[in-house]
Design a protein around this ligand. Structure first.
Ligand SMILES: NC(=O)C1=CN([C@@H]2O[C@H](COP(=O)(O)OP(=O)(O)OC[C@H]3O[C@@H](n4cnc5c(N)ncnc54)[C@H](O)[C@@H]3O)[C@@H](O)[C@H]2O)C=CC1
Ligand SMILES: CC(C)[C@@H](O)CC[C@@H](C)[C@H]1CC[C@H]2[C@@H]3[C@H](O)CC4=CC(=O)CC[C@]4(C)[C@H]3CC[C@]12C
Length: 369
C-alpha cells in the first residue's frame, strides 16, 4: 500500500457497512479517501441507498453476507487492502440470545481476522466500544479517563463481554504473518455512545416523548456524565486510522483508541434533550421523578415481561437492569492518544453535530423509518 495515492487505487472493505455507523463510514470514505479504487460494502442487510453510490468514480460493490460464515467473509476480504470491521450485534435490550451475540461479535471477528491472514490483507481497523472498559458491574465511575486509566473492567452482559473478547482477538492478531509473509497490522477504536443521523435509540426516545404528550420523564440524576460522540467524527476516525495504519504501523499496530469529540459531557437524558428539546419535547423533573429502587423494580419487571411474552412477541423496552445500570454510572473519556498517534481531530464541531442531528430528528418526525 506504499505507492503514492495517485498511482495505486486501493480496495477497502467495510463490514456492517449498512448500519448506523457503517453507512457514515462508507460515505466518509467516498468523500475523503482519495486512494479508494473499490469500496466493498458487506452486510447482512443491504440498504437501497447503496445504488445511488454506484454512479461515482469509485467502484462500489455491495455484498450481502454474514460475518458468522467464514467462507462468505473470506470471499469478501480477498484482494482488499484494508478492512474496517464495524459489523456487530449491538443488543443490550434482550432482542438476541447471548449465543447469537457471541457468534456475530466474536466468531464474526475471528472470521474477519482469519480471512485477512489467509488472503493477505494487511490492515484491519476494528470498531470496538467504550463498553469493553465499562461501566463495570460494580457501578464504578470512569470520569474523564483515557486508554491508560486503571479501571476494573468487570462484565456479565453478553454485549460488553463479546466486544471485549473481539477486541482482544484483533489486538492479539497484530503482527501475525498474512499470506505473502508480511505482518497483519490491527487497531481498535472505542467509541463512546454514538449519536447522529440514523441513531435508532434517539428515534425511540423521540417517539416515546411524542406518545407522552411531548414530555420525557427524568430517570437519571443530571450529575451522571455519559460520554457521547457524533457519528460523523467516529466515521472520520475510522477513515484516518485506516489511512495511517500502514505508515505508522510500528506505533499504531495493536493499539486501542477511545473515540470521542467535543460533544459536551452530560447525563444521557440531558444530552438527548440537546436534540429533542428543539424538536418540541420537554424533560420533566430537575431530579429523577421516581426513587431508584422503583426504577430497579420496573427494570426487573420488564425482564419478566420480556420472558413471559417471548412466545408471543418481542417486548424489548429501553429500561432493563443493564441499561439502567449503565445510564446511572458516569463514564466519560478525555484523551489525545488518537491525535498523537495518527493526527485525529474531530471533523465536525459540536455545533455542527448538534444541528445535523436536530435536522435529522425533525425529518424523521417520529416515524419508524
Ligand atoms: N451505537 C453505539 O453507540 C456504539 C456502537 N459501537 C460499535 O459500532 C459498530 C456499529 O454499531 P451500530 O452502527 O450502532 O449498529 P447497527 O446495528 O446500526 O449496525 C451494525 C451493522 O452490522 C450488520 N450485521 C449484524 N450482524 C451481521 C452479520 N452476522 N453479518 C454481517 N453484518 C451484520 C447489521 O446489519 C448492521 O448493518 C458495532 O460493532 C458496535 O459494537 C461502539 C460504540 C458505540
Ligand atoms: C430508561 C432510562 C434508564 C434511559 O436513560 C436508558 C438509556 C439507555 C437506553 C442508554 C444509556 C447508555 C447507553 C449505552 C452507552 O451509550 C454505551 C453503548 C455502547 C455501545 O457499544 C452500544 C450502545 C451502548 C450500550 C448504549 C445503549 C443505550 C444505553 C444503555
Amino acid at each position: 500500500m506504499a505507492d503514492s495515492a495517485q498511482a495505486q487505487k486501493l480496495v477497502y472493505l467495510v463490514t456492517g457497512g449498512c448500519g448506523f455507523l457503517g453507512e457514515h463510514v462508507v460515505r466518509m470514505l467516498l468523500q475523503r479517501e482519495p486512494r479508494l479504487g473499490e469500496l466493498r460494502v458487506f452486510d447482512l442487510h443491504l440498504g437501497p441507498w447503496l445504488e445511488e453510490l454506484k454512479t461515482g468514480p469509485v467502484r462500489v460493490t455491495a455484498i450481502q453476507g454474514d460475518v458468522t460464515q467464514a467462507h462468505e467473509v473470506a470471499a469478501a476480504v480477498a484482494g482488499a487492502h484494508v478492512v474496517i470491521h464495524t459489523a456487530g450485534l449491538v443488543d443490550v435490550f434482550g432482542r438476541a440470545s447471548p449465543k447469537t451475540i457471541h457468534e456475530v461479535n466474536v466468531q464474526g471477528t475471528r472470521n474477519v481476522i482469519e480471512a485477512c491472514v489467509q488472503t493477505g490483507t494487511r490492515f484491519l481497523v476494528y470498531t470496538s466500544s467504550m463498553e469493553v472498559v465499562g461501566p463495570n458491574t460494580k457501578g464504578h465511575p470512569f470520569y474523564r479517563g483515557n486508554e491508560d486509566t486503571p479501571y476494573e473492567a468487570v462484565h456479565r452482559h453478553p454485549y460488553p463481554c463479546s466486544k471485549a473478547l473481539a477486541e482482544w482477538l484483533v489486538l492479539e492478531a497484530n503482527g501475525r504473518k498474512v499470506c505473502g509473509g508480511l505482518p497483519l497490522v490491527t487497531c481498535a477504536l472505542r467509541p463512546t455512545g454514538i449519536y447522529g443521523e440514523g441513531h435508532q435509540i434517539m428515534r425511540d426516545f423521540y417517539r416515546q416523548g411524542l406518545r407522552l404528550g411531548g414530555r420525557l420523564f427524568r430517570a437519571i440524576p443530571a450529575s451522571v456524565e455519559h460520554g457521547r460522540v457524533y457519528v460523523g467524527n467516529v466515521a472520520w476516525m475510522h477513515v484516518l486510522a485506516a489511512r495511517e495504519l500502514e505508515r505508522r504501523a510500528a506505533l499504531m499496530g495493536g493499539q486501542v483508541y477511545f473515540c470521542y469529540d467535543g460533544s459536551p459531557y452530560k447525563s444521557y437524558e440531558d444530552f438527548n434533550m440537546e436534540f429533542l428539546g428543539p424538536c418540541g419535547l420537554r424533560l420533566v423533573g430537575a431530579r429523577p421523578l421516581v426513587p431508584y429502587w422503583l426504577l430497579v423494580f420496573l427494570a426487573a419487571l420488564n425482564v419478566l415481561l420480556q420472558w413471559l411474552l417471548r412466545p408471543l412477541l418481542l417486548y424489548a423496552p429501553l429500561l432493563n437492569p443493564y441499561t439502567l445500570a449503565v445510564a446511572n454510572t458516569t463514564f466519560t473519556v478525555s484523551t489525545d492518544k488518537a491525535q498523537r498517534h495518527f493526527g485525529y481531530e474531530p471533523l465536525f464541531s459540536w455545533e455542527d453535530s448538534r444541528t445535523r442531528t436536530i435536522l435529522w430528528v425533525q425529518a424523521t418526525g417520529g416515524s419508524a423509518q
